[in-house]
Design a protein around this ligand. Structure first.
Ligand code: NAI
Length: 701
C-alpha cells in the first residue's frame, strides 16, 4: 500500500492506519509516514478529529526490537515528538485498538487523547520480559490513567490486560462492538465542538484508593522486590520509574525513565533476554522442513505410562483441550496416576489459580485405560514407560501392530536412542522423540528428537503440536542424552570432581546459585532422584573409557540407599515434610574418604573455579554438539538450558555466555583444564576454530 492509502477521511474525521506488517512495529519509516499524515490532518480545516488504528491483525506490536541499541530507534520523528505534537494539538486524537497494543504501541496510544478498543484486544507493556522497562513514557502515563497498583502489576509482570479489564481500569474509554473504525469515527463525532480533551501527561498520577500514602506503598513494594529474584535489575527499575511518576513532574519523570532505560538497554541482562526472544523465533525453523510442510490433524492423544512423566504430559494436553487416553499395564498404577492428576488439579484450585469447573472439565478429558486396543485410533501416542530399551522396544512393537496408519509414535525417553526404538516398527518415518521435562505440566521445554527416518510431516506436526499446548519445541538430533542431558552430564561430572578435590555440596550449590542457576547441582539431583543417574551409570559402565577419572561419590551415596528427597536423604538430609536441604556431616565424611581413596589431596577451591569448571564443561560440550549437528544452532542450546535446566535467562544461556565472555578466553581456560584435568576436557575443534578466528557462536561465519 502506498502511504496515501493509509489515510482516509470519514466526514470530518481523519483515519490513519499504522501499516507495517507483520505487527505494525513503530520503526522509523512508519513514524515518518505517521507524522506526515498527522501534520496534514492537523492543518486541514475540514478535519476536526483523528482516529489512529492498525492495518491488518492489530493496532501495534511495539517498537522495532532489532533497532534497539542503534541510532535509528530515536531518529526523528521519534515517538516522543509525535506524541508531543498530538498533546499540543487542538484536535482530539483517538487510538482505535484491536488485536494487540503492546509496548511502544500502548505507550503511543496513551499519548493520544482517547483510547477505544475492540472486545478481546490486548493492551500491555511487556518490556520487562526483554529485561527492559517501557521507555516511551509508559511508566509515567500508565499510573496517571490506572493508578500505581495496576500500573505496577502490568509493568513488572509484562502481562497484558484485555479490553474489558482495560475499560474497568480506565485505560480505555470505550469498548466498541461491531466495526471498530466505524465505532471510533462515531466516538470522534460525539467530540465535535468540545474542547479540553484529556492530555495524559498533564494529569496527576492517580492515587488509588484515594488518600493512600504513596511513599509507604512504594517502600513496601521495594522491600518485597528485594526478597525476590537476584540478577534481574529490570523489575526493580520499573518500580523506581513508576514511583517517579508520583515523585516528579511529568517532564522530569520522563527524563528519569529515559536514563533508567538507557542503563538497561546497554546492560547484559537485556541483551541476553533479547537474544532469547529471537532464539525462540529462530527455533521454529527446522532444516529440511519448510514452513509450509503439510501437517497431520491431531485430536485424540494417547499416553503410555501414568507415572511421573505420563501424568504430567496428560495434564499438559488436557490443559490445552485435547482428549487424552492414559494407558497403563497395571490397574493400581493407573489408579495412582489418575489420583495424582486429580490431586494436582485440586491443589491448583485451592490456590485460586484455576476454577473448579475448569479443573473438572480438564479431568474429564483424561480417560484411563488398561487395553492397548483402545488407543488404536489415537492420532499420536506418547510413550512414557520405564527408561529401559527392552521395555520400550516391546511397547513400540505393540504400537506398530495396533495403531492406525498415520499415527505419530513418540517416545519421551530422556537418553535412549530413538532410531533403535524406531527400527522395531515397520514405520520408522512416523517415530519421533518428544522429550518433556519434569514436572511436565509446568516446564515449557520439549526437545523434539528427530530420528534418522522421522519424516518432515511428522516433525512439522510435532513441532506445531508442542506449540499448541503452550510449550516450546526445540529440534535436536539423536545421541545419548540429546542436547540437554548430554551437556548436563559434563556439568554434573565437574561438580562431582569438585567435591573430591575439596568442596562440600553446599559450597558448590551456593556458588552456582550466586551465579544465577535456579538451583544448585546437588539440591537439584536430590530433587530429581539419584537412582535414575545411578541406573544410567551402571548401564554405561561397560563403555566407560578406563583411562578417564571416575568419581565414586554419587555411587557411594546411592549404595547407602540415599536417593534424594524421596528417601529423606541424598547429598543433603531432609526433615519430614520439608524440602530444605540440610548439610550432612555423614556426607562430608563420605566425600573425604572418596578423596583419600582416589589419592586426591583436598584443597581450598574458589567460587570462581566452581563456576568456570561447570560452565566451561557445558560450553565445550555444547560446541561439540553444535559441530556434530545434534543441535541446529547455538541459540537452540541456549533455549534448552534456560527453559529446561534453570539456567539464568539474564545470562542468555551457556553459548551466549561464552560469546559474552569471549571465545578466546573460554578456549584458553578449556586448554588449561585439559592440561590439568585430562581428556574430558579435549577442546571442541569448533570452539578452537572460532576462538582463533575471533568469531562467536552467534556469528560463526
Ligand atoms: P515412572 O516410573 O514414574 O513411570 C513409568 C510408568 O510406566 C509406570 O507407571 C509403569 O507402570 C508404566 N509402564 C511400564 N511399562 C508399561 C507399558 N508397557 N505400558 C504402559 N505403561 C507402562 O517413570 P517416569 O519418571 O515417568 O519416566 C518415564 C519416561 O520418561 C522414561 O523414559 C524417562 O526416562 C522419561 N523422562 C523422565 C523424566 C523425569 O524427570 N522423571 C524427565 C524426562 C523424561
Amino acid at each position: 500500500m502506498t502511504p496515501s492509502g493509509n489515510f482516509s477521511l470519514h466526514g470530518s474525521t481523519a483515519v490513519i492506519y499504522l501499516n507495517n506488517p507483520p505487527v505494525n512495529g513503530l520503526g522509523h519509516a512508519l513514524r515518518v509516514e505517521l507524522a506526515t499524515h498527522l501534520k496534514s490532518a492537523m492543518q486541514n480545516p475540514a478535519v476536526h478529529a483523528v482516529v489512529i488504528t492498525g492495518a491488518g491483525k492489530m493496532f501495534c506490536g511495539g517498537a522495532d526490537i532489532k533497532a534497539f541499541n542503534t541510532p535509528m530507534s530515536r531518529a526523528e520523528p521519534s515517538s516522543r515528538s509525535i506524541i508531543e505534537s498530538i498533546e499540543s494539538g487542538s484536535k482530539p486524537v483517538i487510538a482505535a485498538i484491536h488485536g494487540n497494543a503492546l509496548g511502544l504501541g500502548l505507550e503511543f496510544a496513551m499519548g493520544c487523547h482517547y483510547r477505544v478498543a475492540a472486545p478481546g484486544a490486548r493492551l500491555g507493556l511487556p518490556e520487562v520480559k526483554l529485561g527492559l522497562l517501557p521507555g516511551g513514557g509508559g511508566t509515567q502515563r500508565l499510573p496517571r490513567l490506572v493508578g500505581a497498583e495496576a500500573a505496577l502489576r502490568m509493568i513488572t509482570t509484562g502481562d497484558p490486560v484485555e479490553s474489558a479489564e482495560a475499560f474497568a481500569l480506565g485505560l480505555v474509554d470505550e469498548v466498541i462492538e461491531g466495526d471498530l473504525v466505524t465505532g471510533a469515527v462515531a466516538f470522534a463525532e460525539r467530540l465535535a465542538g468540545m474542547t479540553g480533551h484529556p492530555v495524559t501527561s498533564q494529569m496527576p498520577a492517580k492515587v488509588s484508593p484515594a488518600g493512600s500514602d504513596m511513599a509507604a506503598f512504594f517502600a513496601k513494594q521495594r522491600a518485597a522486590w528485594d526478597q525476590k529474584k537476584r540478577g534481574f535489575p529490570a523489575p526493580r527499575e520499573c518500580l523506581a520509574c513508576v514511583e517517579a511518576a508520583y515523585r516528579l513532574p511529568f517532564a522530569e519523570g520522563l527524563k528519569f525513565e529515559r536514563e533508567r532505560f538507557d542503563v538497561l538497554v546497554n546492560g547484559v541482562e537485556s541483551k541476553a533476554m533479547r537474544h532469547l526472544f529471537f532464539a525462540e523465533r529462530a527455533a521454529a525453523k527446522v532444516d529440511g522442513v519448510p514452513a509450509d510442510t503439510e501437517q497431520r490433524a491431531i485430536e485424540q492423544v494417547a499416553i503410555l505410562g501414568a507415572g511421573t512423566m505420563g501424568a504430567g504430559i496428560a495434564m499438559g494436553f488436557a490443559n490445552a483441550g485435547f482428549r487424552v487416553l492414559l494407558l497403563e499395564v497395571k490397574p493400581e498404577a493407573l489408579e495412582r496416576g489418575l489420583v495424582n492428576i486429580r490431586k494436582n488439579y485440586a491443589s491448583t484450585v485451592s490456590k485460586g489459580k484455576l476454577a473448579q469447573a475448569e479443573a473438572d472439565r480438564r479431568m474429564a478429558l483424561i480417560e484411563g485405560t488398561l487395553q492397548y486396543e483402545s488407543i488404536a485410533q489415537a492420532d499420536i501416542v506418547i510413550e512414557a514407560v520405564f527408561e529401559d530399551m527392552g521395555v520400550k522396544r516391546d511397547v513400540f512393537e505393540k504400537l506398530d501392530a495396533i495403531c492406525k496408519p498415520g499415527a505419530i509414535l513418540a517416545t519421551n525417553t530422556s537418553r535412549l536412542n530413538v532410531d533403535t526404538i524406531a527400527e522395531v516398527t515397520a514405520r520408522p518415518q512416523d517415530v519421533i522423540g518428544l522429550h518433556f521435562f519434569s514436572p511436565a505440566n509446568v516446564m515449557r521445554l520439549v526437545e523434539v528428537v528427530r530420528g534418522k527416518a522421522s519424516s518432515p510431516v511428522v516433525i512439522a506436526t510435532s513441532m506445531a503440536l508442542v506449540r499448541k499446548i503452550g510449550k516450546l519445541p526445540v529440534i535436536v538430533g539423536v545421541c545419548d542424552g540429546f542436547v540437554g542431558n548430554r551437556m548436563v552430564s559434563h556439568y554434573a561430572r565437574e561438580a562431582e570432581f569438585l567435591l573430591e578435590e575439596g568442596c562440600t555440596p553446599q559450597q558448590v550449590d551456593s556458588a552456582l546459585q550466586t551465579f544465577g542457576m535456579a538451583m544448585g547441582r546437588f539440591a537439584m539431583s536430590d530433587l530429581a532422584g539419584l537412582d535414575i543417574g545411578w541406573a544410567s551409570r551402571k548401564r554405561l559402565a561397560p563403555t566407560r573409557p578406563q583411562h578417564l577419572r571416575y568419581s565414586r561419590v554419587a555411587d557411594r551415596i546411592c549404595e547407602m540407599g540415599r536417593f534424594g528427597q524421596k528417601t529423606g536423604a541424598g547429598y543433603y538430609r531432609y526433615e519430614a515434610g520439608n524440602r530444605t536441604p540440610i548439610p550432612d556431616p555423614e556426607i562430608d565424611a563420605l566425600i573425604a574418604s572418596c578423596s583419600a581413596e582416589a589419592g586426591i589431596e583436598r584443597r581450598a577451591i574458589t567460587d570462581e573455579e566452581i563456576v568456570e569448571r561447570t560452565m566451561y564443561a557445558l560450553i565445550n560440550e555444547g560446541a561439540k554438539i553444535l559441530e556434530e549437528g545434534v543441535a541446529q544452532r547455538a541459540s537452540d542450546i541456549d533455549l534448552i538450558y534456560v527453559n529446561g535446566y534453570g539456567f539464568p535467562a539474564w545470562r542468555g544461556g551457556p553459548m551466549f555466555l561464552a560469546d559474552t565472555i569471549g571465545l578466546d578466553k573460554v578456549y584458553a581456560k578449556v586448554q588449561e583444564f585439559h592440561a590439568k584435568h585430562g581428556d574430558y576436557w579435549l577442546p571442541s575443534p569448533l570452539l578452537k576454530r572460532l576462538a582463533e578466528s575471533g568469531k562467536t557462536f552467534a556469528r560463526p561465519e
